[in-house]
Structures are given as C-alpha cells and as structure tokens.
Design a protein around this ligand. Structure first.
Ligand SMILES: [Zn+2]
Length: 384
C-alpha cells in the first residue's frame, strides 16, 4: 500500500477461494472472472473491523439511565441492584440460546454498516460456566452470519458479588483461564485495569498466566485514571491498550516500539461525559497505530454502530478522516493480531469488502445517522 489510504480511482478487485488475487488499477488487470460485478464507480473499502465490543450480554440498563437522569446517585442505583452487577445477573441467568438471540440483532446493526470482523469480550459472567457460555455464544455468532468473530477473555472485568477479591483473582488467573483455554474459547486475554477495577499487580499476574498459555493480551487502560496499565501492556507486547484518555504522553514511544495499538472508544467518552481526551498528538508523533471501536456495552456505551464512533473520533478527538478510516480497517486488524489477514485490500488477504454509495470517503465520517453502505462482501461472497 502506498502512502495514506492508497486510493485507486479506477480499480479492480479479484478474488478466488475467498482471498484477494488482484487489487489495483483496472489497467493492470488481465485475468478473467466467472462472476464479474460492475460497481459503477462506487467506493470499496476493506470490510470494517469493530475491534472492541461487549456484544454478547443479556438485559439492558435503560431503567438505570432513566433514573440517573431523574437525579438518582450512583450509590442509590447500586443499592437498587443496578450497575454492572445487574448485567452480570441477567447474563448468568440467560441460556446460550437466549444470549445468542439477544446478541444477533446487535451484530446485525454492525453488519449493516459494513462490519465484516467483530471482536467480542466475555466479562459479564464472572464465574467459570458463565464466562465460557458468553465466549461460546460469541464463537457461534459466526455460524449464523457472514462475519469473522474474534473472542477475548475478560474475566478480569469486575468483581462478582459472591466472592472476595483475592479469591476471585486466584480464580481468574487459574481455573477460569484454564477452562477457557481448554475449550479453545479465547483468542486473547484482557483486563480492566482501573481504580474501580483490577490493580496493576493483579493485571500483571493475569498477563503472566496468559503468556504461559501463549495467548496475546490487551488492556482496558487509563479510562478514568493512570495506574500505569499502558506501560505494563507495552512490556507484554500487548495487541492493544483501549480507552487511554489518561495515558501519560511519555508512554507513547513504548507503545509504538511494542507494536501496541491505541484503541480509542469515543462512545464511552461521550456517554460518561468525560472531558480529558487521549494524548493524540503524542501518539501521532511516536507513530502509535490508532484504532476506533464501538465498545458496544449496556453500561457506558450502548452503541450498536461503528459509523457513529467514527464521527465522534473526529468531533471529540480531532482525528483526521484518513486516521479514522485506517482506525476501523488496517489498524483495527493489528489490534486483533490479524494484520496479515484482514484490514487492507492486498493480494493474499481475505476478500472482505464494504461497498459505499458516497462521492468521497470523508462522508463515512461526516454524516451522522446516515448509513451509506450499499453492500458487503465476506470471504469473497456477497453477504447480507
Ligand atoms: Zn470495553
């Protein structure tokens, strides 16, 4: 790929066996095809990649949202059984079939915007069986739709109401991770490193356990405060650090050297009415790859859209259009360890495409609530 987005004005993409065999100027293409589709000058991008979601869960927090607007405090909501505990309760009570049918409509909204790869985290089970059930359902999503699903074990998301802290950490880094690995349910391991989540030391224990299982790590880091999570993540060559509003700008060169992607989640920033933006200039100067994701979750980012966070990344964080388009394609692929497989239109990669009815790609970022997707292609096949 050339500088920037590598735009090709009059291009051809050819695929065989689900993989790209040619992508470039029409003038340079000499092959013949069994199926030939004329896109009439429309823009084609790599299928979009939502590299951070909590898509598989049961229940919602609409009543809590309403109560908070009516003046209820966090303490009152927690006392009434609200907050993350309410999502844990609903998710534990749901069968695999119920979780699947609750999650498919959310997935469909992402696919309708040109998403062809989605990452899905556990973290609302907080017990061995319920965490495994969430990840099993995440894997099953790919059997029902034309989409690639990448799963992440996030047992270290919160503390369950029924175990003390030390016992839960022992469970997560030991038997729970072992069970997830034994069933092949996770592609990566994640934690919520925060004053209201897991400490740096607890996160380090989990990362060491992940390394023993040869699983890559990623981290919810510096969303509300700076505990040093990004530094730890870089030391473990993490795939990504996510949120990063409070990341020390001095850490940026470490992230760049480690190949760790900074995943920006402007939907959560918006919903929580945060005011401190991530250190974008420091990331740019150091050459840190930036990605953007929906963070689809029932508490802090009830967003089943990737186009909307793309607009938010421009408006709230002042990313450029090129940075944003790379952030949901090439760089999002790296955040999932799939930079060799998806994210660009190159020979050998999966033929995952999004076809857009726009005159300029900037419209994908500029328009709000106006989805210009014409169609998707997943693994070389038209996908609804
Ligand atoms: Zn998250």
């Amino acid at each position: 790929m050339v500088d920037g987005l590598g735009l090709v004005p009059d291009g051809v993409i050819a695929a065989a066996g689900g993989r790209i065999v040619y992508a470039g100027p029409a003038a340079g293409f000499s092959g013949t095809a069994a199926d030939d589709i004329d896109l009439d000058g429309r823009w084609v991008t790599p299928g979009l990649i939502d590299c951070h979601t909590h898509l598989v869960h049961a229940g919602d927090r609409a009543a809590e949202f309403e109560a908070r607007l009516a003046g209820a405090s966090y303490a009152e909501i927690a006392a009434a059984g609200g907050g993350i505990v309410s999502t844990v309760r609903a998710t534990r009570a749901a069968s695999e079939a119920e979780l699947l049918s609750a999650s498919l409509p959310r997935l469909d909204r992402l696919l309708a915007e040109g998403v062809t790869t989605v990452e899905v985290k556990s973290g609302y089970g907080l017990a061995i069986d319920a965490e495994c059930r969430q990840l099993r359902v995440a894997r099953r999503l790919a059997q029902h739709r034309g989409v690639r699903v990448v799963t992440t074990f996030l047992g270290a998301h919160a503390f369950p109401p029924d175990l003390d802290r030390a016992a839960y950490v022992d469970l997560v880094v030991g038997p729970m991770l072992d069970a997830v690995v034994a069933e092949g349910l996770a592609d990566a391991v994640d934690a919520f490193c925060e004053t209201i989540g897991f400490t740096l030391e607890e996160t380090a224990r989990l990362f060491d356990a992940a390394r023993r299982h040869r699983l890559p790590v990623k981290l919810h880091a510096e969303q509300l405060s700076d505990l040093g999570g990004s530094r730890l993540a870089a030391a473990h060559q993490a795939l990504s650090v996510d949120h990063v509003e409070y990341t020390d700008p001095a850490i940026a060169p470490l992230l760049a050297a480690a190949g760790t992607v900074a995943v920006l989640l402007p939907g959560a920033f918006y919903c929580l009415r945060e005011t401190q933006a991530p250190p974008i200039q420091a990331f740019r100067a150091a050459g840190v790859r930036l990605a953007i994701a929906s963070d689809c979750n029932p508490g802090s980012s009830p967003i089943t859209s990737l186009l909307l966070p793309m607009n938010m990344a421009a408006t709230l964080f002042r990313l450029t259009v090129d940075e944003i388009l790379l952030g949901v394609t090439r760089h999002a692929a790296h955040a999932l360890g799939l930079g060799h497989e998806i994210g660009t239109l190159e020979v050998g990669k999966a033929c995952d495409l999004a076809i857009w009815q726009v005159d300029r790609l900037a419209e994908l970022v500029y328009r709000i609530g106006d989805n210009r997707l014409l169609s998707r292609v997943f693994a070389g096949e038209p996908a609804p």
